[in-house]
Design a protein. Structure first.
Length: 227
């Protein structure tokens, strides 16, 4: 999977329900994706929370990109505080976010993976997380071929992908390599967001601000299905 910034709960459902989660560092950064941004709730509407990046070539891997020199984590924290200071779990979650956003390594990949790892720890997710470039495969491979190579290298019997890959990958191609391909779909999970109409699929920040760890733990384990 790509290393997303504060991704939605489905990303963490995928991590929590696998034995090994592989994060790509040797892929190109994609504009308008979710590697350095996500959505939070403010005044009843979804708004973008983003990490500014140094200007660089579009051909660079995520591991070669860096946050902008004028990146101010306190500015992001202020945005989050203004949006959620009256949320029921604000105090504990804001402390977690301070720890994440004040991380001193401004390499984009390291920064996002650190955030994912710390959120996993907070949610008691113990799945092993490894970096794609550490595996001895042909890293020039792309898409399905690269995934199949990683499955071979890790002796995987099952590969789980988010539902968005349903039209991208062939169950037959995986079966021919002795791997069962499954697709995980998150079940819509609605909760109270102050007194405003519910806005779905926001960053995990929103989920943690309004739900207890016990509630989130239950959704991680049962709030999804295979297709």
């Amino acid at each position: 999977m790509q290393p997303y910034f504060m991704p939605y709960i489905g990303y963490f459902q995928l991590i929590a329900n696998t034995d090994l989660f592989i994060v790509y560092d040797n892929i190109k950064y994609t504009k308008r994706g979710w590697i350095n941004r996500n959505r939070i709730l403010r005044d009843g509407k979804d708004v973008i929370l983003s990490l500014p990046l140094k200007t660089a070539s579009d051909s660079l891997f995520v591991a070669d990109r860096r946050l902008a020199t004028d990146f101010d984590p306190h500015k992001l924290l202020s945005q989050i505080k203004n949006a959620y200071r009256r949320a029921p779990f604000f105090r504990d979650i804001f402390c977690l976010l301070e720890d994440i956003l004040l991380f001193n390594d401004h390499n984009l990949f390291q920064f996002t993976v650190n955030s994912i790892t710390k959120i996993c720890n907070h949610l008691s997710i113990t799945t092993r997380i490894r970096v794609s470039s550490t595996f001895a495969i042909d890293h020039s491979l792309r898409a399905q071929d690269k995934i199949l190579a990683l499955c071979d290298e890790t002796h995987a019997q099952v590969y789980v992908n988010p539902i968005g890959g349903l039209d991208l990958y062939s169950k037959l191609a995986f079966a021919e390599r002795g791997v069962e391909l499954r697709f995980m779909r998150s079940i819509p999970f609605e909760y109270q967001q102050f007194k405003a109409p519910f806005v779905p699929w926001l960053s995990i920040i929103d989920v943690m601000m309004f739900n207890s760890s016990e509630t989130i733990g239950a959704i991680l384990q049962s709030g999804w299905k295979y297709e």
